[in-house]
Design a protein around this ligand. Structure first.
Ligand code: BTN
Length: 249
């Protein structure tokens, strides 16, 4: 297995259901680590927590990467972290914009989201067999073409920088960052990825309301634990560790 070449086989599809589904299919058929499926349009793009990822043709990036990390299932969250670090680095380098991470792994500019990561994993005996690392990035969308329910919360690189961004160039830059950070993760362990992710994540130090599905936790997000959990102190002083949820100010 070639251990550090995400991006060495890139399959382009003008239209697909979901690039994560495509990669899961290829993973089950034994395709190599590093295989990428990129689509111009997705008919049923998936986001976190069962949401739809709006995926119109011709404007954005939707792609998934097949990874076969020698990791336990419980370490899977580190793949999403290294993807977030790779996205922020690539966007900074190529566009001069100032993206950051909002916990858990939203890619933001200012108060709005430009990208997200959906990592899906197949496992056996608590070990990861393979993972589909799915990335969606709003690149050249105009505000008017965003659906009403996301207009308030989403933006694109074009809206933020005023420049049209060459999607192919951005994809290659992201894949090159992924190659670098995946190699770091596998060779050095999670520490340097976590350190960089922590510096890019602006949620600690803010007041938050986190919706976890069945409850809303309010308080001061004072840190992120080493497994990526958000540490919140409520007004009563109680400390809560949140492993998944949506953060609002
Ligand atoms: C999120 O909710 O923030 C994660 C969004 C992930 C979307 C990407 S687009 C490419 C890949 N295919 C999918 O169906 N989803 C991911």
């Amino acid at each position: 297995m070639d251990d550090h070449v995400p991006g060495h086989t890139i399959i382009y599809k003008p239209r697909t259901i979901s690039t994560n589904d495509d990669i899961i299919g290829l993973g089950q058929k034994g395709w190599d680590e590093g295989t990428v499926v990129v689509a111009d349009e997705q008919l049923m793009g998936r986001g976190r927590c069962g949401r739809t990822w709006h995926s119109p043709a011709g404007v954005n990036l939707y792609f998934s990467v097949l990874l076969r990390p020698p990791f336990m299932l419980k370490q899977g969250y580190t793949l999403t972290m290294m993807a977030a670090v790779s996205l922020v680095s690539a966007i900074e380098k190529l566009t001069g914009a100032d993206p950051f991470i909002k916990w858990p792994n939203d890619i933001m500019i200012g108060r709005k989201k430009i990208g997200g990561i959906l990592t899906e994993v197949k496992s056996r005996d608590n070990m990861i067999k393979f993972s589909s690392l799915g990335i969606g990035l709003n690149v050249n969308t105009f505000l008017t073409s965003l659906p009403d329910d996301v207009k308030e919360k989403a933006t694109s690189l074009k809206i933020e920088t005023g420049c049209h961004i060459e999607r192919k160039q951005l994809l290659l830059e992201i894949l090159s960052e992924l190659e670098h950070w995946y190699h770091v993760l596998k060779s050095d362990g999670k520490e340097s990825v976590f350190y960089t992710w922590r510096n890019m994540c602006k949620t600690p130090g803010t007041m938050v309301s986190v919706s976890t599905g069945n409850t809303i936790v309010r308080g001061h997000a004072f840190d992120v634990g080493s497994s990526g959990e958000l540490l919140i102190q409520s007004e009563t002083g109680e400390i809560q560790k949140i492993t998944a949820g949506d953060v609002a100010p």
